[in-house]
Design a protein around this ligand. Structure first.
Ligand SMILES: C[S@@+](CC[C@H](N)C(=O)[O-])C[C@H]1O[C@@H](n2cnc3c(N)ncnc32)[C@H](O)[C@@H]1O
Length: 279
């Protein structure tokens, strides 16, 4: 079982109130009475319950993990929504729904959409006819950004350049600090619009002109998630946390133009597929 499907992850998501209340607001603004709703990667089932409470006539809660799906079924019944919410234990990339849905909620988001299945899941649902151009998709867009800079990878007296989430709650004094000093401006790398198919592979060149000199040895990846209904999220304690990744060192002077080539795969596997090089 991979990290994002581990039992612990949905419980962290549930307790992340900033994330969860934002999804609740977007669901309440999108769902109309009697709507058919899909919750792709239902986990604890909280987003299915929000949709059912908002008046959905039917909610398909699709969850790949068997233990989670069993717990979810029990909790849906405990809350009196078992006539509305149908739990389907299946990989959402291969599920077959009996009807098109009006609203699709997919919280399979991770930073830059690299490791979770947001892109392949929505593409597969579209190809299978479960969602189409009229479906309201939550979130409906992901914007990805990068900054180039200098990270301090010193840890306990050793040099340990290592990919790391920089979660917004990690500064309570109990975590080893991971400092990142941005040398470049923030640059947008891609927009993924879930209103249509999204190509999993991306490749782009970004040019930066550092305001100060230094040695670039890392990038900070971040993202803006547009949920709809005027609701958007950046990083929260268990969602879309900025990632600091080591890159090969590039000495730069102030004002020097440097071009980086970035290519990756959104949701291709549970292995980070991302390459960043000068050129
Ligand atoms: C980040 S959690 C979100 C849980 C819940 N929707 C929420 O927002 O609180 C993602 C959930 O999706 C499930 N999942 C991941 N990939 C999946 C896939 N391809 N098909 C079905 N479920 C998947 C995981 O097991 C996990 O429970």
């Amino acid at each position: 079982m991979d990290f994002f499907a581990h039992l612990e992850m949905p419980s962290l998501c549930l307790r992340d109130a900033k994330r969860t209340t934002a999804f609740r607001a977007a669901i309440e603004s999108a769902v109309e009475p009697g709507d058919v709703v899909l919750d792709a990667g239902a986990g604890s089932g909280i987003l299915s319950l929000f949709a059912a409470a908002a008046g959905a006539g039917k909610v398909y809660a699709v969850e790949a993990d068997e233990d989670l799906a069993d717990r979810l079924r029990a909790n849906v019944a405990l809350n009196g929504f078992d006539r509305v919410v149908e739990v389907i234990c299946r990989d959402v990339r291969s599920v077959s729904l009996p009807e098109r849905v009006n609203v699709a909620v997919a919280e399979l988001i991770d930073t830059w959409l690299l490791d979770e299945h947001q892109v392949p899941a929505l593409n597969a649902l579209r190809a299978a006819g479960a969602i189409d151009a009229k479906t309201r998709v939550i979130p409906h867009r992901y914007e990805a950004f990068v900054e180039f800079g200098e990270a301090d990878f010193d840890c306990y007296g050793f040099k340990l350049p290592f990919p790391a989430h920089d979660w917004p709650d990690a500064d309570g004094g109990v975590w080893h600090p991971l400092t990142f000093r941005a040398i470049s401006q923030v640059v947008k790398v891609f927009d993924a619009d879930f209103g249509g198919p999204v190509d999993p592979a991306f490749e782009t060149a970004v040019s930066v002109r550092p305001a100060a000199g230094g040695v670039i040895n890392a990038v900070r990846l971040s993202g803006l998630v547009l949920l709809g209904g005027g609701v958007s999220l950046r990083d929260t304690p268990a969602f879309n946390g900025s990632k600091i990744l080591p890159v090969a060192e590039v000495p730069v002077t102030a004002g020097q133009a440097v071009t980086f080539r970035i290519r990756g795969v959104r949701g291709g596997s549970n292995r980070h597929v991302l390459a960043i090089s000068v050129g």
